[in-house]
Ligand binder design. Structure first.
Ligand SMILES: [Zn+2]
Length: 178
């Protein structure tokens, strides 16, 4: 087996092509599939995701994250919404800015305001449409908008009531579905 270099050359920049060339190829033919790299057998589990997220945390950080998780799992929200929040915690959201280095041919600008590139922070925090939605749902959150990180979510979840945490998750979901 080998790479389809004509296709690779047409899709990736020099740096990415170099990285692709370093990926070892299987000697036998096998169907492509998804693998969770943090488990030996490649199968995803919530426990392993939790361990991955908390592995490099220490002291009070760990307490914060454990609290975030505990609260997130206790919320009455649809699983797809909880999943989105987990993906946000992992910075695994395919915004246009994230897709750009993969040379996927898309317009970078935010489809809602058309004023800035669609980054994680823009979609969920700084887009005027996002700010309006936050202001109408949980206006107390606006002053703490800095960066959409695990720390931000920990901070938000530690200060909000259960109902407001649920609202927060639903706002994140609505912003992503827009
Ligand atoms: Zn926007």
């Amino acid at each position: 087996m080998s790479w389809k270099w004509e296709l690779v050359n047409s899709l990736f920049n020099e740096c990415d092509k170099g990285l692709i060339a370093q990926i070892p190829m299987l000697s036998r033919r096998q169907e492509d599939g998804w693998q969770w790299v943090h488990k030996r057998k490649g199968l995803y589990s919530v426990k392993s995701a939790y361990q991955f997220l908390t592995r490099h945390l220490h002291g009070h950080e760990q307490v914060f994250v454990v609290e975030l998780w505990r609260k997130l799992w206790s919320l009455k929200i649809p699983p797809k919404v909880r999943n989105l929040v987990l993906h946000i915690c992992n910075h695994c959201i395919p915004t246009k800015l994230e897709l750009q280095p993969r040379q996927i041919d898309i317009e970078l600008v935010c489809a809602l305001c058309r004023a800035e590139a669609e980054s994680l922070e823009h979609v969920f925090l700084f887009c005027p449409f996002a700010r309006d939605l936050w202001a109408s749902c949980i206006s107390t959150l606006l002053p703490v908008f800095v960066q959409l990180t695990l720390h931000w979510l920990c901070q938000v979840f530690s200060t909000l009531s259960v109902e407001d945490c649920q609202m927060c998750c639903m706002v994140l979901w609505m912003l992503w579905m827009n």
